[in-house]
Design a protein around this ligand. Structure first.
Ligand SMILES: Cc1cc2nc3c(=O)[nH]c(=O)nc-3n(C[C@H](O)[C@H](O)[C@H](O)COP(=O)(O)OP(=O)(O)OC[C@H]3O[C@@H](n4cnc5c(N)ncnc54)[C@H](O)[C@@H]3O)c2cc1C
Length: 426
């Protein structure tokens, strides 16, 4: 039974892909773990929903890949790049050494099943509960304060998986779920940085095995066939018609100029030929979801008993489609490190060893992918630079294949079908 009145080995704040996978791997190693998640699942979330082959490999390690693939979109074998100016590109997506292909899946399904898996493996789940503050350190242990609970929950270590750079280490009290820490009621158009939108669509003209990326000045988008809508708490999986996911990020000034997500959608269709073709007859399923700001960069990985995973540790630009894989990879890495130190976990020195090992491996295995991803997105986000880049890649298609791998999809072998080994030009 889930109880807030016992001492946990680890309390995980946030039940998204990073928190749920970290909890699942740690519970599998035999630790007493709990997850505190503020939303009820299943719920939608702004995301491109693309999971690269390495991410599916982590899901297989948790024994959920078959369950998830039954509700995911088809295997993705190609990426098409639609720049505002210049040539469109088509390249092959790699396959993981263990045979997994990239696929997209709804966040309603992914997050629900992952958290359920953590529970199956023994993690206690508290949901919906909002964590307002975390106090303590490796020497004393931690108190986790939950809005509306009379007493804090206690744990020896804390995993921060809240997905937000602004919440950081959660040392100070937080007033609630909000868009920025300093300005809870700020309209979205007043928030600095990149703002993010997503909508599910049907009747999209895009090959099933292809993800399209590209955009127009100040707006960058990804479009992919995603999975069916997912399980509900009281019923089994619900099958519905194929859906596509369109996610885009925009500079704040554009939202001010266009006024709404629907107008920005029109702007993309009108000024980008590739997206215009794909979306000509598209019909929305539901409304636009919005969030922001997106703040790419590496943050903090360990601090005195607080361990950071997923976007809380570092955010990769949405355009690269690697955030979920990095989140899942961090959870797997943490599970492995904690598993190695399980017998000696009690005591602040041992926790520091876990933190140092996890931090070093995180930077080694995930940090460089995150930095490369952010470099590529900087190029793709500037129309002039991306026109030059696509012209160059048109001339040297093998380099395009290399860029696809550098953007994060490294642990791969080449695709078995020879004709898809290199990039093509449309
Ligand atoms: C527009 C856009 C498109 C993207 N497209 C892709 C893509 O195609 N592929 C890809 O791999 N990545 C993509 N990403 C990135 C991906 O969405 C993130 O990297 C991923 O969600 C990070 O997972 P996480 O678990 O760290 O954080 P989240 O998924 O944000 O999960 C954090 C969880 O913590 C909970 N939480 C937060 N605060 C509290 C609190 N105080 N108390 C309790 N619970 C709390 C939240 O409710 C949430 O469920 C995209 C991102 C954006 C914005």
């Amino acid at each position: 039974m889930n109880t807030a009145h016992k001492n946990y080995d680890v309390a995980v704040i946030g039940g998204g892909p990073a928190g749920a996978s970290a909890a699942a791997f740690m519970a599998r190693s035999g630790l007493e773990v709990c997850v505190l998640e503020q939303k009820n699942f299943p719920r939608q979330k702004v995301c491109g929903e693309f999971i690269s082959p390495a991410g599916w490999s982590v899901l297989a390690d948790l024994n959920v890949s078959s369950r998830l693939q039954a509700m995911a979109g088809p295997a993705l074998q190609h990426v098409e790049v639609y720049p505002e100016w210049g040539l469109e590109l088509r390249g092959a997506l790699p396959v993981h050494a263990d045979g997994h292909c990239a696929r997209a899946i709804g966040r309603d399904v992914l997050d629900f099943i992952l958290l359920h898996r953590a529970a199956e493996l023994g993690a206690a789940i508290f949901q919906p509960v909002h964590v307002s503050q975390v106090r303590g350190g490796a020497r004393t242990g931690f108190e986790v304060f939950v809005a509306g609970w009379p007493l804090p929950l206690r744990a020896r270590a804390v995993v921060l998986a809240h997905g937000s750079p602004r919440l950081g280490a959660m040392n100070s009290p937080s007033p609630g779920h909000h868009r920025t820490a300093s300005r809870p009621d700020a309209p979205l158009s007043d928030i600095a940085g990149w703002l993010c939108f997503k909508i599910h669509l049907e009747n999209v003209h895009l090959p099933d095995d292809t993800i399209a990326i590209g955009g127009v000045e100040g707006l960058y988008a990804g479009l992919v066939r995603t999975g069916s809508s997912g399980p509900t708490p009281n019923a089994g999986p619900v099958t519905c018609m194929p859906r596509y996911n369109l996610a885009f990020v925009v500079e704040r000034r554009l939202l001010r100029q266009y006024g709404s997500a629907a107008e920005l959608y029109g702007y993309l269709q009108e000024h980008n030929n590739g997206f215009g073709r794909c979306l000509r007859h598209a019909r929305p399923i539901g409304d636009f979801l919005a969030c922001g700001p997106m703040e790419p960069g590496v943050r903090q990985v360990y601090d005195d008993g607080r361990i950071f995973v997923g976007n809380a540790a570092g955010e990769v630009h949405a355009l690269i489609g690697e955030g979920l894989t990095l989140a899942l990879g961090a959870g797997q890495l943490l599970g492995r490190v904690i598993g190695e130190h399980r017998a000696t976990l009690a005591g602040s020195n041992n926790l520091a060893t876990v933190g140092a090992t996890y931090g070093a491996r995180w930077l080694d295995q995930l940090g460089s992918r995150l930095r490369w991803g952010n470099v590529f997105s900087q190029v793709l986000m500037q129309p002039m630079l991306s026109a030059l880049a696509t012209a160059y890649l048109h001339a040297f298609p093998d380099i395009f294949s290399m860029c696809i791998r550098w953007s994060g999809k490294q642990a791969v072998i080449s695709r078995p079908k020879p004709q898809t080994g290199a990039a093509n030009v449309r």
